[in-house]
Design a protein around this ligand. Structure first.
Ligand SMILES: [Zn+2]
Ligand SMILES: [Zn+2]
Length: 208
């Protein structure tokens, strides 16, 4: 029986090494893409819950918070949306958790556009009804978010136009992109830099 020579063996080892270096990045990229798909599906489910909430409340938006501080007392926006999922936030938890995050916030890893779309029920009087928004297909409703330093999820972020460089912000955890749910219920993947730069007035800072 013919045996491999040392040279042949080394060549084979080198080829395997090359193949691995070619394939492994694409495998890890495929993994990232599937994680991102779950994340975007989470936002889509939140959109469907939001639609049901709106139709049950005559077009009224779910408030970000219910009571003015202090103290903050539930229900918060995620609790209200969960009513149209599995009933409670505890039972609907996976829908509010981005699969890329390992340290979840107990209210989820997606922020609502609190500053311009989801008001505090008792302190904001404007923007409560969905019909007040003239360009829902362009307005950010929910977005991947977290603490910039630690990667921990965050259920809340401020408007980046007035509050840049804060501890919590829209996250680029999907290969530099954020999953964004728009007010018309479509979901898209947007570069974090564009989200933070309020491209096309995504946040509705200047115009509803
Ligand atoms: Zn995500
Ligand atoms: Zn703003």
């Amino acid at each position: 029986m013919k045996k491999f020579t040392l040279i042949e063996l080394l060549v084979v080892v080198a080829i395997i090494g090359n193949l691995a270096s070619i394939l492994l990045p694409s495998i890890s990229r495929a993994r990232e893409v599937s994680i991102q798909a779950v994340c975007m599906s989470n936002l889509k489910q939140q959109a469907m819950a939001l639609e049901m909430y709106l139709s049950a409340n005559n077009g009224g938006m779910p408030p970000h918070l219910t009571t003015p501080p202090p103290p903050y007392i539930p229900p918060f926006r995620p609790h209200r949306l969960a009513t149209y999922m599995n009933g409670t936030l505890e039972d609907s938890k996976e829908v509010f958790e981005c699969p890329k995050v390992t340290n979840h916030h107990n209210l989820g890893d997606y922020a609502d556009n609190h500053a311009h779309v989801f008001p505090n029920k008792m302190s904001d009087t404007k923007g409560v009804f969905i019909t007040l928004y003239s360009r829902p297909a362009e307005l950010l409703s929910h977005v991947d978010s977290g603490e910039a330093a630690t990667g921990r999820g965050s259920w809340w972020v401020p408007c980046p136009v007035t509050h840049s460089g804060l501890a919590v912000e829209a996250s680029g955890r999907h290969l530099g992109k954020s999953s964004v749910l728009y007010l018309d219920s479509h979901v898209s993947s947007v570069k974090q830099t564009q989200v933070l730069a309020n491209r096309d007035d995504l946040w509705g800072h200047f115009k509803r």
